[in-house]
Design a protein around this ligand. Structure first.
Ligand SMILES: [Zn+2]
Length: 355
């Protein structure tokens, strides 16, 4: 295992800059900067371990040399753009990306939440999860400001038994229909992810991004005949529990302004995952014992919100603290590649001479 840089390295602690410069690139000589606060000196390698409450493992994150911090951007710079947050299960996007999805929608994106499984393995009784998680998927989408939620209903944890080409084709159809520019997906090259659905979804989203566009040639020409247009997905936010290998984290997003919205999306996720109504359950259980936690307040709604914010979001607070932020999410971000046609056109414009 080659962990080049552990979380806690003073990699970009001094880079949490606000203002118009929403993205700040890390210097290559981390830790050599004299303007870093004392807690980010090289001795800060030994940061306390994350309590790992949400299943995120920031202790295992590795960082790319070109790490950037994405901050709030004023106005609506993403107006007219469309994002698709694609998840295997109803708690994937809410746990790992909800802050960034809410931020980008607030900054102008139109958002869609796409769930591929039927989540049948979750819920209080067998089968209950299918209904509850469909409701959760819709409610979480609403909490994030998404325009619509979709579900494909593939069987939970059996997605690698499905035809990859069918999953991919359905994604290509939706990407074209919605004219998606940007996707959120689980990193299919995370070797430490034990959930087979995550890897299937990551792989097919990745392929669909290319095949839905003009770069993919003439895929599924009948869709184009029916009136759909190619969709060029040019930005990807990969998330993973423990990004490794070549997919190092290269983007930390400051979600401090959107943490309450992220909490509400996770509270909406009642059938699956560690959030939902666990706060109310804990409060009721303590009450039966004649006890209470002041943190959980005096009603179920407050208990649910506080439980998620205090316990489940703690990994994201710990992650943010490494960069001087209140809360953060981590991604492998792949941005627009240069359009060669534009480069050629520009060159022709500048250099073409009469015969
Ligand atoms: Zn999952």
């Amino acid at each position: 295992m080659d962990r080049r840089q552990f979380l806690g390295r003073p990699v970009s602690a001094g880079l949490a800059l606000g203002g118009a410069a929403a993205l700040q690139q890390a210097p290559s000589a981390y830790g050599q900067r004299s303007d870093l606060p004392p807690k980010f000196t090289p001795s800060a390698y030994t940061v306390p371990k994350s309590p790992n409450s949400a299943g995120l493992t920031p202790d295992y994150f590795t960082y790319a040399d070109n790490l950037v911090i994405e901050r709030n951007q004023p106005g609506k710079p993403h107006q007219g753009k469309v994002l698709a947050a694609v998840q295997a299960h109803s708690d994937d996007i809410t746990l790992f990306c909800a802050g960034t999805v809410a931020k980008l929608i607030d900054e102008g994106y139109t958002g869609y939440l796409i769930r591929l499984s039927n989540d049948e393995k979750a819920g209080k009784t067998v089968g209950y999860g299918v209904v509850q998680n469909e409701i959760d998927n819709r409610e979480a989408a609403k909490a994030l400001g998404c325009k619509k939620a979709f579900s494909f209903y593939y069987r939970n944890h059996r997605m690698d038994d499905c035809a990859a080409i069918e999953i991919r084709q359905r994604l290509i159809f939706l990407f074209r229909l919605l004219q998606v520019n940007t996707v959120f997906l689980m990193d299919p090259s995370d070797h430490y992810d034990e959930n087979p659905d995550h890897l299937v979804v990551g792989r097919e989203v990745e392929a669909a991004c290319w095949m839905a566009g003009t770069g993919g040639g003439r895929e599924y020409p009948e869709q184009l005949k029916a009136g759909l247009k190619p969709a060029n997905v040019r930005e990807k936010y990969y998330h993973a529990r423990a990004p490794q290998g070549h997919n190092l984290v290269n983007r930390i997003v400051d979600i401090s302004s959107y943490i309450d919205q992220k909490v509400r999306a996770n509270v909406a996720n009642k059938g699956k995952g560690p959030a939902g109504d666990n706060g109310a359950r804990l409060r009721q259980s303590l009450a039966k014992q004649g006890k209470k936690l002041p943190l959980l307040g005096n009603d179920d709604d407050t208990a649910n919100f506080q439980y998620v914010k205090h316990f489940i979001m703690d990994d994201f607070r710990t992650l943010g603290a490494q960069f001087g932020l209140e809360y953060a999410e981590a991604f492998r971000y792949i941005g627009p590649e240069p359009e060669h046609r534009q480069i050629v056109n520009k060159y022709v414009e500048e250099h073409a001479v009469p015969l």
